[in-house]
Design a protein around this ligand. Structure first.
Ligand code: GTP
Ligand code: SPV
Ligand code: MN
Length: 597
């Protein structure tokens, strides 16, 4: 046992789990660079990690997963509360006792031949009254290294916990015991046939089994900071959201903070690291994936990024699309499921740096004529946020940053305009509640299928989605509308008849943000449409973009027939959420329909 903790409940839990899972030893993670190196060296020796070319990518590693364990598994993610009704129709549900019985059987001796790591971690800066401490027990050293980049880990957390501090118990096993001391291990142990990512919001516990990848295994991120936290937030009157947080400074020196909910792999990291394509504007990052928001004393909404690192999508990242990310990952990063160049640097589709892949994400010689991508579409980098050259100085301010605007956005190849402002807060909640997006490789399953993903929280809301909408409406009603963030729907992904993106995106998105801040500051009027308020042509700065008036109009085109179909589709979306759907949202839908007919 750790000499450092006198926390009886923690000690007892660690002993219990060790007794049941049967690891060969228990390893307390102290958060030191020495331990990081020790574990990384071991993983290199055992073949899980490959050390990248030190002259190109110092202190960096590459891992490739089992081909069956490459993304979040929504079909195996469960909310286990006493009443099924509390989980709601969008979550998989199991009774807590039933799920615990199933998993207790699976965990039995599941760590045989492996070490069990104890990772004390904090989501949010230590010492902030809003931070949440967790302890993850895992049999994966790869998970330890990733958690060290993504969260605050180690002795400082144990000290903060003291003898009786509260923490979220996070249990993780890859579910691949080694039969004997001498059995050789595979590079990426996992158990895809028996994968479960289970949440117990009432007792604030997380039990994950069978997967070593991303959000399935780094339990501080989606499991704690979104699913468990969203359920706590509902009870305590705050919000835990799948949102980036961006700091924008105008040429006149005005500072505004913007949050944005985009579904997985739909542009949060890129917007959070935006390099404005328009003169004089400056952007800095507060966070790229999760925002915890609550009212400040002045009646404004403040947002905190509870993470310490980025677990970002690699494909599409280049010096052209996202130079800030490229600079952030120049050293001390872990790459998972990217391809490799011949001289052992990383490579992915769209890296656009004149190199080419030599081996694919599984480590096999890549054949460009195979038609298969070299990097897995959900390949990712893990890196400490402090390495970013554009991290805002206040990014870990415990009280957070005041939010002027919240964007909702998804991949919509048609129908949804480049930008639409909500008529008011409750209409904005309607926009969030009805947003839809074409699916991506961030989760198992088919890519490109349009689905409703309310507030980009479909896979991450820890309770009934209709209650979640009601919670947003209630918070809005508590606030003073003039101090609440203004809400907007954006779409960088509209395509023309030829299937090409109509908007250049990335740094050019600053043009849309400029208009949004003009609206926040009441500097420009906006045009009313059935969907919301859109810019008058001259108010959207497209100077130097080489876009014809016709192309610009197309980005805002609304076809009445399409919109009526959308109304029908929202109608069935709402119906699928059952009788708890707030009346205010039904009214918004009626209002939208009435504007169309
Ligand atoms: P998660 O980490 O899964 O939550 O994803 P994310 O929302 O942070 O998405 P990210 O910014 O990593 O973008 C995912 C993919 O979308 C990348 O391949 C990007 O290159 C691409 N992308 C991001 N922004 C834009 C944009 O403005 N236009 C276009 N066309 N593509 C974009
Ligand atoms: C997402 O899917 O939204 C991610 C990646 O940010 S993961 O952490 O794997 O969930
Ligand atoms: Mn995400």
């Amino acid at each position: 046992m750790s000499a450092l903790t006198f926390h009886a409940d923690l000690q007892r839990w660690v002993e219990e789990v060790a007794h049941h899972c049967n690891p060969k030893e228990v390893y307390w993670c102290d958060g030191s660079a020495k331990q990081f190196k020790e574990l990384a060296d071991e993983l290199v020796a055992s073949g899980t990690l490959l050390r990248l070319n030190a002259s190109k990518r110092p202190n960096s590693y590459w891992a490739h997963s089992d081909a069956r364990d490459v993304a979040r598994v929504e079909s195996k993610t469960y909310i286990c509360c006493e009443n099924e009704e509390d989980a709601g129709p969008t979550n998989n549900w199991r009774a807590p006792l039933e799920m615990k019985a199933t998993l207790t059987d699976l965990y039995k001796e599941s760590m045989t031949g492996r070490r069990m790591y104890v990772i004390p971690f904090s989501m949010g800066p230590l010492g902030s009254e809003f931070s949440i401490i967790g302890v993850e027990l895992t049999d994966s050293a790869y998970v330890v290294l990733n958690m060290m980049y993504m969260t605050e880990v180690g002795n400082s957390v144990l000290e903060k916990l003291g003898e009786d501090g509260r923490f979220v118990k996070c249990l993780h096993s890859v579910g691949a015991p080694l039969g004997s001391e001498t059995e050789s291990d595979v590079p990426w142990p996992c158990n895809p046939d028996n994968t479960y990512v289970a949440h117990f919001p009432e007792t604030k516990e997380i039990w994950s089994f069978g997967s070593g990848y991303g959000g399935n295994a780094l339990l501080g991120k989606k499991c704690l900071a979104l699913r468990i936290a969203s359920s706590m937030a509902k009870d305590e009157g705050w919000l835990a959201e799948h949102m980036l947080i961006l700091k924008l400074t105008s040429p006149a020196g005005e500072v505004h903070y913007i949050a944005g909910a985009f579904p997985s792999s739909c542009g949060k990291t890129n917007l959070a690291m935006l390099v404005p394509a328009i003169e004089g504007w400056k952007a800095e990052t507060i966070g790229d994936d999760i925002a915890w928001m609550r009212f400040g004393k002045d009646g404004r909404i403040y947002a905190v990024n509870p993470e310490k690192g980025f677990f970002g999508v690699a494909p599409g990242t280049s010096y052209k699309s996202n130079p800030v990310a490229m600079d952030t990952i120049r050293s001390s990063a872990i790459f998972t499921n990217t391809a490799l160049t011949e001289d052992l640097d990383v490579w992915w589709e769209g890296i656009d740096n004149g190199t080419s892949a030599f081996t694919d994400w599984q480590g096999n010689r890549w054949d460009p004529s195979s038609g298969k991508p070299a990097a897995h579409p959900n390949s990712r980098f893990t890196v400490s946020a402090s390495q970013s050259p554009k991290i805002a100085p206040e990014w870990q301010d415990p009280k957070g940053v005041p939010i002027s605007a919240i964007l909702f956005g998804g991949r919509r190849s048609s129908l949804v305009p480049l930008v639409t402002e909500a008529f008011n807060f409750s209409h904005g909640v309607f926009m969030g509640a009805t947003m839809a997006s074409e699916t991506t490789a961030a989760a198992e399953g088919q890519v490109g299928q349009l689905r409703r993903d309310p507030f980009a929280m479909l896979p991450f809301c820890g309770y009934h989605m209709a209650d979640y909408f009601a919670h947003w409406l209630e918070l809005g009603a508590k606030g003073d509308e003039s101090k609440l963030p203004k809400l907007f729907l954006v779409n960088w992904f509209r395509r023309n008849e030829a299937g090409k993106f109509m908007w250049p995106g990335y740094g050019e998105n600053a043009r849309v943000l400029k208009w949004i801040l003009d609206r926040v500051q009441h500097r420009v009027e906006a045009k009313e449409t059935p969907l919301g308020l859109i810019p008058y042509t001259n108010d959207l700065d497209v100077s130097g973009l080489n876009m014809s008036d016709h192309e610009l109009d197309q980005l805002f085109e609304m076809d009445i027939e399409d919109l009526l179909n959308e109304v029908d589709s929202i109608e069935s979306h709402f119906a699928s959420l059952g009788s708890k759907l707030p009346e205010a949202l039904r009214k918004e839908l009626d209002l939208m329909r009435s504007k169309l007919v």
